[in-house]
Ligand binder design. Sequence first.
Ligand code: PGA
Length: 252
Amino acid sequence: MTQRRPLVAANWKMNGVLATIRPLVRDVLQGLTEDIHAEVVICPPYIYLSEVSALLAESSVQLGAQNLSQHGAGAYTGEISAAMLLDYNCRYVIVGHSERRYLYGESDELVAENFVAASNADIIPILCVGEQLQEREAGNTEEVVARQLDTVIDKAGIDTFAKAVIAYEPVWAIGTGRNATPDQAQEVHAFIRLRLARHDDTIADGIRVLYGGSVKADNAKELFSMADVDGGLIGGASLQADDFLAICQATR
Ligand code: PGA
């Protein structure tokens, strides 16, 4: 079995202004000690990529964006391309976050196109999948996650997953303070790996599958201790340096 390096990604969403972002990055960088062996990624709002890129320049922390356009360039008002993200050294980009899917109507197909746009530019996509509460209650979790995943595999091809990350984020757990139990997370993470293994065992074994949804300093260790949980995508708790650092520490 492959030894997968844990990854902890901060998804700031639409939070912070320069006055709060600067001290937040500074405190995170100061608190990241050598013994944290997780890869750490920060995904600020687009408009702060330049600022955060500069702040992270001498550090081991990677920069990520929260979304991107499926198009290369052109008349797409308000959109940001992969090439623009590369200008600011973005190594990662979140695609298909549930807030994009459900608040902004992103379809499985669009998410797959965004995934391809990132991959083609050599930016590592963090593909979010996850069921809504009524889907879980109806017993459809696996069906939903399989559909979200298969659309991307069909469009992008399984080989692109060699350089990708998946985040399982049950929608009912995001920002609600109600996290999936470690067993619930493990069950879906194992399912995701199995789904990829139908196409390629090595890729399924090597890919990092993060858990996201109300990860906090006090539940991170238990979640990260599960066999198929390789770190987390952190929203609310990534806005406080101490909380975020404690979560990074919990990957050990
Ligand atoms: P949360 O968000 O940690 O605030 O629940 C996670 C996410 O949406 O990525």
